[in-house]
Design a binder for this molecule. Structure first.
Ligand code: ADP
Ligand code: ZN
Length: 752
């Protein structure tokens, strides 16, 4: 990747100050939602910072770190400009990444500074590292260890400390004490006795060993080899190209793309793997370690500030070669990126719904194209967008049609709930109960999938019909029995479950309606008292480690049954799991989401794919009220391609993505009148153009969220239309007042 040379692309001095000397200006993009970069002066005697340099500048009363940017803006007189404070000694932001920031901003219509903020999300990482005190054995210490008479008798603990220091790089007192299993006092005494010397060192953490691409992975199957060769040759050839690794669950997609990673590493490039829920990646991490000898660097929201700081710096300096991360890892400052892999590319969590609203999979393709590198999109159920891009010849496809080794795909059976008799307040049909019993009897494991946290989705009063609603959202409160609270799943509002109805004061009249995972646990425990059950839901796990431990316990067969929401659907590989029961397959089909059917297919297929991944054949039972729905038929018949064809035909007909373009405008305000006022103004100014339709305003399904009233517009356009300029023009013609906000969501995935 060519770097920019300051000499050729530096912003030229613009204008002159009164004394006739050329003023030296730079444009600086700040990590703030400002419309554009700001101009600053470079003080005499300091060298002009190069494009991409991090500089500290004043803004109002504050000082902030920004990046030297190109382009021109409004020309202010020199007198009105402030000088930059300093240029930081941090690797510059590469032209590729600066370009990426601009393109993401232009596409999502977010201010460039808001996108920049995602690339410099760890402000501490930009500060020069603070020196830290480290210790090493002194000549005296060495002599003492060697047995020279020093007048100091070495206790066992002191000896251990010296031995550790002799064999390792210098380290801080606390670290040695920990390694030597002694108190820090022992080390301090050694320092006082001149056997250990303490000095300052730069605080870059010691270099972590790089993944070793020379290690050989497992022998690939013939299918896998063919697929791996295609990916590898893409990496070797270099240049931008999108390859879809489309393989059934359990076909070994991970091992296959590891081959491409190894090639990128061998070529001296960095690699990025995006996973939807890094928190659930314990098994993935372990497989990486087995394949490459060390763990990769990670990037996700659950990291400490220090870990983020170290990782950001190490990525920027090229010391980290592979990062596995959640969507925000896409904005890390890799200087030598050679490959991007987006695993589970269809996953809806790649869409970021607040702040800068973007689809990380799509933006990953953009970054790969700007960097001129290959990208691999991996899935057992590729998104329709991706499938159509393959059909249009824009993406290459590589297939893994069979499960690895002896494993077969599970047999899927629909349970028609219209025909089953299920007692009130119960949710497991007789066929599912029977299969569970058979599974436990055979000493195998089962998974019950229900995408609903809590005990019951709705609680009402039997006496007066009162329903519990969130005070700040248009949503019912969900009862959580484990914690004894009623909870809003949209804003987090929580209140205790009252003893009597707050409306009619009748005691003991509150009834739960519908199932949640906690209620399912109750039913299962009554039916199978001896069965060991684990519940896997985000609100009951205290973080990635807890999730990993639970997965480990499941692998070791310390549980017979796992009950969970969608967090159980992904990535897990439990060899003894042979039965998957989907409790309510229709849940995701309600509502007007254009991707409802597609998502239901992906999710249920993925969950079903947890069954029978080793030598034992798997079974999947899907409980549904709508067995004739094309989605259910496709799941039962294993006919993905026919389902996708039908979906594609319906969307083409309706002009919906990926055959047409969509954007949503969400107007929100603290009170309904202000909100409607702006919505009406927008409506009057709406574009009237060939090929563009504006629907709305309509109250959003979540008409109130966190106390803000919301109205939605949906803009629908032909695929050839570029929506951004149209939207920009539209918004420029409407004034908003006070608390009103207009959010733009290009390619919306959520219609709430
Ligand atoms: P997918 O991601 O396609 O669902 P995985 O990559 O999880 O499939 O592979 C399923 C299982 O098969 C894993 O336990 C993996 O380690 C194993 N596996 C896949 N390919 C091979 C191989 N070539 N040799 C040995 N084990 C393999
Ligand atoms: Zn709420």
């Amino acid at each position: 990747m060519p770097d920019d040379h300051a000499s050729s692309r530096e912003p030229l001095p613009i204008g002159h100050c009164d004394r006739g000397l050329p003023a030296r200006r730079v444009r600086v993009l700040l990590p703030l939602p400002l419309p554009e970069a700001l101009d600053y002066l470079v003080p005499e005697g300091t060298s002009l910072p190069e494009l991409g340099s991090f500089v500290r500048v004043p803004l109002g009363q504050r000082s902030l770190v920004g990046v030297v940017w190109d382009g021109t803006g409004e020309e202010l007189a020199d007198e009105r400009l402030k000088p930059i404070i300093e240029t930081l000694n941090t690797p510059r932001l590469q032209p590729e990444l600066r370009h990426f920031v601009e393109r993401v901003a232009a596409y999502t219509m977010a201010p460039p500074g808001a996108v920049l903020r995602m690339t410099m999300s760890v402000p501490e990482a930009l500060q020069p590292p603070r020196p830290r005190r480290v210790c090493a054995a002194s000549p005296g210490g060495r002599a003492a260890l060697a047995g020279a008479p020093m007048g100091t008798r070495l206790t066992a603990a002191r000896r251990r400390v010296l031995e550790i220091l002799l064999n390792r790089p210098s380290m801080p007192v606390a670290e040695i004490a920990q390694l030597a299993a002694c108190g820090p006092g022992v080390v301090r005494d050694l320092i006082a006795a001149d056997l250990v010397e303490e000095r300052f060192a730069s605080s870059e953490p010691p270099e972590a060993p790089s993944p070793d691409w020379r290690l050989s992975g497992p022998a690939l199957s013939p299918d896998q080899s063919v697929a791996a060769k295609r990916l590898v040759s893409g990496v070797q050839a270099g240049g931008f190209g999108v390859t879809v690794l489309d393989g059934v669950t359990g076909s070994g997609k991970t091992e296959t793309y590891f081959a491409a990673l190894a090639t990128a590493l061998a070529a001296g490039r960095q690699a990025l793997v995006l996973l939807p829920e890094i928190a659930l990646g314990a098994q993935w991490l372990e497989r990486f370690r087995v394949r490459f000898g060390v763990l990769p660097a990670q990037w996700h929201s659950d990291m400490s500030a220090a870990e983020r700081r170290d990782t950001w710096r190490a990525v920027a300096a090229g010391r980290v070669r592979v990062v596995v991360g959640a969507r925000s890892a896409l904005f890390l400052p890799f200087p030598e990126l050679g490959l991007i892999v987006v695993d589970e590319e269809h996953d809806p969590s790649y869409k970021q719904e607040d702040g800068v609203i973007y689809q990380a999979r799509d933006m990953a393709v953009l970054r790969a194209s700007l960097a001129g590198i290959p990208i691999v999109l991996v899935s057992a159920t590729p998104s329709l967008e991706t499938v159509i891009n393959v059909a249009r010849g824009r993406y290459q496809r590589v297939a893994l049609p069979r499960r690895h080794a002896a494993a077969e795909l599970p047999a899927v059976r629909l349970v028609d709930l219209r025909r089953e008799h299920i007692a009130r307040g119960h949710f497991l049909s007789p066929p599912l109960v029977e299969e569970l019993a058979a599974t436990f009897a055979a000493g195998e494991q089962a998974l019950l999938f229900l995408n609903r946290r809590g005990y019951a989705p709705l609680t009402l009063c039997r006496a007066c019909g009162h329903r519990f609603e969130c005070p700040s959202c248009t949503a019912w409160l969900v009862e959580h029995r484990f914690t004894g609270r009623l909870l809003c799943h949209h804003c987090g509002h929580a209140e205790p479950v009252p003893a009597c109805c707050p409306e009619c004061l009748t005691a003991g009249a509150l009834v739960p309606c519908g199932p949640g995972v906690e209620r399912l646990l109750e039913e299962v425990s009554q039916r199978f008292p001896a069965v060991r059950v684990a519940v896997m839901v985000s609100d009951l796990l205290s973080g990635p480690r807890a999730a990993a431990e639970l997965a480990q316990a499941m692998t070791e067969r310390r549980y017979d049954l796992l009950i969970g929401t969608q967090i159980v659907a992904k990535g897990h590989h439990f060899p003894m799991l042979t039965l998957v029961g989907v409790v309510d397959a229709d849940l995701g089909l309600a509502g007007g989401d254009l991707r409802a059917a597609e998502r239901t297919y992906q999710l249920l297929h993925q969950v079903g794919g947890r069954a029978g991944r080793a030598e034992h054949k798997g079974r999947v039972l899907i409980q549904t009220w709508m067995p004739d729905q094309p989605v259910m038929q496709a799941l039962a018949g294993g006919d993905r391609d026919r389902f996708l064809e039908a979906e594609a035909a319906a969307r083409r007909q309706a002009g919906l993505p990926p055959f047409g373009r969509l954007a949503a405008l969400i107007v929100s305000a603290g009170d309904p009148d202000t909100c409607d006022f702006t919505a009406r103004a927008l409506s009057r100014a709406a574009p009237q153009l060939q090929g563009v339709a504006v629907l709305g305003p309509a109250p959003a399904p979540l008409a109130v969220l966190r106390g803000r009233h919301r109205r939605r517009f949906l803009v629908k356009a032909d695929r050839e239309v570029r929506l951004q300029p149209i939207l920009r023009d539209w918004l420029s013609r409407v004034r908003t007042s006070g608390s009103t906000r207009i959010q733009i969501d290009i390619d919306p995935y959520s219609f709430l």
